[in-house]
Ligand binder design. Structure first.
Ligand code: ZN
Length: 109
C-alpha cells in the first residue's frame, strides 16, 4: 500500500519510502524521513502496523498523524532499526554520534 508524504501528498511504494528513512535516534526511538519528492523532513516512530508522525519533546513524543501500514514490523538493534514489510527488511542506521571535538593545533604559544 502506498505511504504518503504528509507535506506534498506524494505517494510512495514501500521500496521507495523506507530507503528514505535515515538517522535512527535510538534514545528517542525516532526515525527521520526526508521526502524524495519535496525534501520535507519528518520524524516518525515505527510501530507494528503503523507509522506515527510527530515531534519529540522533552520526556515524550507528540503524535500528530498516524498512517496504518498493515504487516509492518520493527526490530531495534544497538546501532540501527530494522523495518520489515512483506518479506523485505530495510536497515536504518543510527544517527551518527557527533564526535568529541578534536583539539585544534595550538596557536600563539
Ligand atoms: Zn513530500
Amino acid at each position: 500500500m502506498p505511504i504518503p508524504c504528509l507535506a506534498c501528498d506524494a505517494l510512495f511504494r514501500p521500496d521507495e519510502y523506507f530507503p528514505a528513512c535515515h538517522d535512527y535516534d535510538r534514545r528517542a526511538d525516532l526515525v527521520s524521513w526526508t521526502c524524495p519528492r519535496c525534501g520535507n523532513r519528518d520524524e516518525l516512530r515505527v510501530f507494528t502496523g503503523e507509522l506515527v508522525y510527530g515531534h519529540a519533546r522533552r520526556g515524550g513524543f507528540d503524535a500528530e498523524n498516524r498512517v496504518p501500514v498493515p504487516g509492518l514490523r520493527r526490530r531495534r538493534h544497538d546501532a540501527r532499526l530494522d523495518i520489515t514489510l512483506d518479506g523485505t527488511t530495510w536497515r536504518v542506521p543510527a544517527r551518527a554520534r557527533r564526535p568529541a571535538k578534536a583539539p585544534g593545533p595550538l596557536r600563539g604559544l
